[in-house]
Design a protein around this ligand. Sequence first.
Ligand SMILES: CC(C)(COP(=O)(O)OP(=O)(O)OC[C@H]1O[C@@H](n2cnc3c(N)ncnc32)[C@H](O)[C@@H]1OP(=O)(O)O)[C@@H](O)C(=O)NCCC(=O)NCCS
Length: 159
Amino acid sequence: MNIREIDANSVAEIELVAGRMRDTLVEVLGAAVGREMYSLEWLVARVRWHLDPLECNGAVFLAVADQEIVGHTIVRLEPDDDGTHFGLFSTFYVAPASRNQAIAKELVKHGENWMRGKGMQVSRTYTAENNIKLHNLMFQNGYEIILRKNDMVVLSKFL
Ligand SMILES: CC(C)(COP(=O)(O)OP(=O)(O)OC[C@H]1O[C@@H](n2cnc3c(N)ncnc32)[C@H](O)[C@@H]1OP(=O)(O)O)[C@@H](O)C(=O)NCCC(=O)NCCS
């Protein structure tokens, strides 16, 4: 397995990640809420937004095994309340057949290194309060819950 940046010129890769963002919403929030939340077009635009340096300081990383894209994470720099910035994991996804092989763990390490390279001292992610898989993944990598609000949690770590 190796991790590389998405090809920003590849419509197929961008659409694959957008489709898996939708799969993530369905898995975490349930089919009724997850499918209705955002259109596929909006999710495609959201991936592209992360890749446009005029809009965002971000990156999309793909985990590739045997030439198949088996997972992804999206990271970006996010302004904090005090005017500083932190590194944000916007999303993670690993295809069901490739789970429990430490792929997400490698995506966390890769994303954190990208954040360190941008001078960030703090990494965070947001997820549903009941997304125990993601909580455990982040706990295992040194994150703590720093806020619970409206069924969501914020997990944070000093890099
Ligand atoms: C969460 C997710 C990314 C984990 O991917 P993965 O590659 O299977 O995770 P890893 O194999 O790297 O596991 C790392 C750690 O995560 C936690 N974890 C992973 N799967 C878990 C599960 N089914 N139950 C509980 N903890 C789990 C464990 O702490 C695990 O460490 P361990 O194997 O030493 O116990 C994957 O299950 C997924 O894509 N879920 C749906 C999408 C999602 O919820 N994304 C996050 C929303 S922002």
